[in-house]
Design a protein around this ligand. Structure first.
Ligand code: ITT
Length: 195
């Protein structure tokens, strides 16, 4: 099975991606190879950050790897927090700080449309390749559920009547931004490595 290091410090992402790539890719975490430290993500696009994270790991290991950069884009906020989703409420803020800030920003606003977008950067032999996934939905007016992470308790994907945080991981994975981007990666790996 192909081995790929996943360039993330986010344990929830790791769990979701491991589930998605089970039996297809041997996903190696940074903890497993003893690579610590803050991975820089200073670009102003999801693609730029995904590249930066994958490159950071590739430069230190020389091994094939991949990274995920994700943003929540809210229509009424002209696409914010977008690429700045992690630090929306400031440096060192918690998921709850971000959720509270977003709920306040949208208070009384009838336009709740939003989407999650993920760009995955695969670094193979030092060459980057990108895969994207997106899911449309809406921002709820309060938190629901305790699964998942980040903005999951306030995001309800279209055609569903529950938030991401009310879904088992397999259901979120089957429709999410990350699930879709990783599916593209799987399709690429299957068509290029098993022919
Ligand atoms: P790494 O860069 O180490 O992978 P991160 O948490 O910094 O982890 P991102 O920059 O990609 O990851 O994500 C930005 C933020 O967007 C993240 O901190 C969460 O608040 C939110 N987020 C990402 N994926 C999400 C998801 O599937 N559900 C809910 N919120 C998510």
């Amino acid at each position: 099975m192909k081995k790929l290091i996943f360039a993330t410090n986010n344990s929830h992402k790791l769990q979701e991606v491991r589930e998605l790539l089970q039996g297809i890719v041997d996903v190696v975490s940074l903890a497993e190879i003893g690579l610590t430290g803050d991975i820089p993500e200073t670009a102003d696009t999801l693609q730029g950050n995904a590249l930066q994270k994958a490159q950071w790991v590739y430069e230190r290991t020389g091994e094939d790897c991949f990274a995920d950069d994700t943003g929540l884009e809210v229509e009424a906020l002209h696409g914010a927090p977008g690429v700045y989703s992690a630090r929306y409420a400031g440096e060192h803020c918690t998921y709850k700080d971000n959720v509270d800030k977003l709920l306040s920003a949208l208070e009384g606003n009838k336009n709740r449309k939003a989407d999650f977008r993920t760009v995955v950067c695969l670094m193979e032999d030092g060459k980057p390749r990108y895969f994207e996934g997106r899911v449309d939905g809406e921002i709820l007016t309060e938190c629901y559920g305790s699964e998942g992470f980040g903005y999951d308790p306030i995001f309800m994907p279209e055609r569903f009547s529950v938030s991401f945080a009310e879904m088992p991981i397999e259901i979120k994975n089957s429709i999410s931004h990350r699930g879709r981007a990783i599916q593209q990666l799987v399709d690429y790996l299957k068509s290029n490595h098993e022919a």
